[in-house]
Design a protein around this ligand. Sequence first.
Ligand code: UDP
Length: 455
Amino acid sequence: GGGAVKGHVLIIPFPTSGHVIPLLDLTRLLAMRGLTVTVLATPQILPLLSAYPSSVNALVLQLLPPEAARDVALASVYPRAAIQALGSLHGPLREWIAAQPNPPSVIISDMFVGWAHRLAEEVGIRRVLFSPSGAMALSVVFTLWRDMPKIADSVSFPEIPNSPTYPWRQLSGLFQAHREGEPVSEFIREGFLANMESWGVVVNTFNELEGPYMDHLRKIMGHDRVWATGPLLPPEADSFSRGGSSSVLADDMVSWLDSRKDGSVVYVCFGSQVRLAEEQMTALALGMEKSGANFVWVVRADGPMKVLEGFEDRVAGRGFVIKGWAPQLPILNHRAMGAFLTHCGWNSILEGIKAGVPMLAWPMGADQFVNATLIVDQLKVARRVSEGAGTVPDSDKLAEAITELIGEDRPERSRATEIKGAAVEAIDEGGCSYKDLDEFVKCIHASPLDSDIKS
Ligand code: UDP
């Protein structure tokens, strides 16, 4: 190869929080390692880029047809429509790339932006798949899209380590939609088949957590350019407003947590997408009330608030309700944290693991049932308390599980401490994820001709 070429990377996120947050954390790391980065920024993403280094440019394409723009804006409500709508950027992006004096040599795009593979091929550059899901979940998803088994009740994955089996209803709604012949889902399947052709894959995980699944992914991909760079995190200073501006003041939150005993608080949050029904919120509220534990409960600002009438008074002094967006990282990392009741979104799980907090699992959909298998059955840092998006949990059982988990000597707690150590080590200088990131950056910097580019 020739002299050092300063790498330029085009990043295409999928605009829902759980997908944007880790990819923007990766973006920052790439900029810090000397790459020039352009991020395709939809209106939801643009404000999140304000604190970024100057080598990160936002690309705002005004070229989405109005209908597609509307669907993309509704990504958090109708992700399937948004996946297809974002695809209308293929043509405009090709023109944009062709017009650049210093065009990108690599596209890194989310797993819901599989069409970027064809775009990259058309302009003769490499495409890297970014997976906000873990390696186990991605293995399941790849296997399903590839084989689409016509099985009635449950699906087994004998080739994947630990041979997981799930009933259809526990697998992402994307597969059900495809089985039911929903037209959009064919576009999604094509995107995933293209993902499996990509030049490289970056997974937000770390080797000690999912080593065997990373190896399996390498087998599926047919090459070794599959890197584990997680847990992806922002710098400490940016962690309070990560992914959105907090609905509580830092001082209020921190002083409330400061006044609690070590390990005494349960944090309850179901990510950015889940919308609980009133009966579910009632059962949760009752469960927390009966447990007698301290808790921080994040409720969606657009959720059924009636449940909170009177409740907040009854639990005053030991319950802190956040309506809207919570500063999840600082909360989880506070010494007062004792347990995390989670829907098992992959980011939440990684954040719980990195904070060393044992978890109570209530998987709802998407990749969450697979993630629950990993943290409950394999890693043993969590126990199940409920499952399914429509389930109303038993408040007595919930109270009991909370009380038990924040009790002194639960095995989940010591496991959580162990795995936390591995997570911290992975991203420290010289750790597995640190080295994988270095390796990845080196590959990007190298001229495409130097490396094993698939054509
Ligand atoms: N999050 C947050 N505050 C909230 C809700 C969510 O900071 O009030 C963050 C959370 O820390 C995580 C992401 O949003 O990084 C949610 O991703 P996850 O994969 O857990 O679930 P999803 O929202 O995709 O279902």
